[in-house]
Design a binder for this molecule. Structure first.
Ligand SMILES: *Cc1c(COP(=O)(O)O)cnc(C)c1O
Ligand code: SF4
Length: 336
């Protein structure tokens, strides 16, 4: 797939340089988007524990001069984050209690989730791990050895999910070592990667990465996280095509967010655009109730009404499953 634009990108900045150059300052981002900092309800206090972080490739998908841009709303720290909403707390999905050993979440039958890194390429303001010491849970090299042993010892685990933070922030070298180790475990059938990088930093999907995945003979699945059709730029399209051409199944999960995608037409557009790139809509998550995210909430009844509308407008395979995560649950809970 060497005709794809990654060739062109190599003469600009590689993904690590793009990551290092991400916006980390509200004023810079506003200026870039031709928005007046003073006219927006931005909050520097909200960035204290969870800084602004936005790669340029994601900012480029926003509409300049639009303070209500649905992509901007996902990343701009605003005053609403400081409001306390009842029922919102710091560990809404109970991950702290359920870590089997450091970096290993074994909540569901047959699947184990590895927290490979605590950080992300972008800081989504609605994120459930925004107040959460994920960095403490992540796998150090030594903990990684223990995690591998845990997986080897549990014969009922058939799928390993690399998650985080964002596992694609690991270097290809680190990834390839991990994949090669997992590859030797016979009872593992599938390896799944949960990542937002193909969307927010599509330069990450380059030839070296594809070759790294090919080191692994297990079935590879990539689950991306895209909330709005505007996030699918030409570069993101190319990344999808490259993945598809290399036999990797790609699914998408979204979070239902007030002011971003809480609208049937927006959700239908997203499903259509994903599928036109070979990506299957998988989950639409209700917001996890993390402190600082209450203003993003869409009620359960609105959510089920939206899915019912989608069901009328789209073929069944384009309607994502509406789910909610329950602390202590044995699976995500389907709501529709
Ligand atoms: C969401 C999740 C999974 C994956 O669930 P699927 O329904 O298989 O997508 C696995 N483990 C944990 C801890 C999760 O939160
Ligand atoms: S990419 Fe995912 S894990 Fe990372 S900040 Fe966004 S929602 Fe949270």
């Amino acid at each position: 797939m060497s005709e794809l634009p990654n060739e062109n990108l190599s003469i600009t900045k590689n993904w690590q340089q793009q990551l290092a150059g991400a916006f980390s300052n509200i004023e810079d981002l506003c200026r870039y988007l031709s928005l007046s900092y003073k006219d927006l309800p931005v909050s520097v206090a909200a960035t204290k524990n969870f800084p602004l972080r936005v790669p340029l490739s994601f900012a480029d998908c926003m509409e300049k001069g639009n303070p209500d841009d649905p992509l901007l709303r996902q990343v701009l720290p605003i005053n609403d984050e400081l409001t306390n909403y009842p029922g919102f707390n710091n560990d809404p999905v109970g991950d702290l209690a359920s870590a089997a050993i450091t970096g290993v979440l074994h909540k569901y039958h047959g699947r184990v989730l590895l927290i490979n890194t605590g950080s992300c390429a972008i800081n989504c303001r609605y994120c459930f791990r925004r107040n959460f010491p994920y960095a403490d849970l992540q796998l150090s090299k030594q903990a990684e050895t223990e995690a591998i042993r845990y997986i080897q010892d549990h014969l009922d685990i058939s799928e390993v999910i690399l998650s985080g933070g964002d596992p694609l922030l690991l270097s290809d070298e680190r990834l390839s070592k991990l994949l090669q180790q997992l590859n030797t475990i016979e009872h593992i059938k599938r390896i799944r990667i949960h990542s937002r990088l193909p969307i927010v930093l599509p330069a990450r999907i380059n030839l070296e990465f594809i070759n790294t995945l090919k080191l692994c003979t297990k079935t590879m699945i990539l689950v991306v996280h895209c909330n709005h059709a505007n996030e699918i730029s030409t570069e993101v399209s190319s990344a999808f095509l490259q993945l598809k051409a290399n036999g990797i199944s790609v699914f998408n999960q979204s979070v239902l967010l007030q002011g971003v995608n809480d609208n049937a037409a927006v959700l239908c557009d997203l499903s259509e655009k994903l599928f036109s790139h070979g990506v299957i809509p998988y989950y639409l998550h209700l917001l996890d109730k993390a402190t600082g995210t209450g203003h993003f909430e869409v009620t359960e009844s609105t959510a089920t009404a939206l899915i019912a509308e989608m069901q009328v407008l789209l073929p069944g395979y384009l309607v994502p499953k509406l789910v909610k995560e329950m602390a202590g649950g044995t699976s995500k809970q389907a709501l529709f």
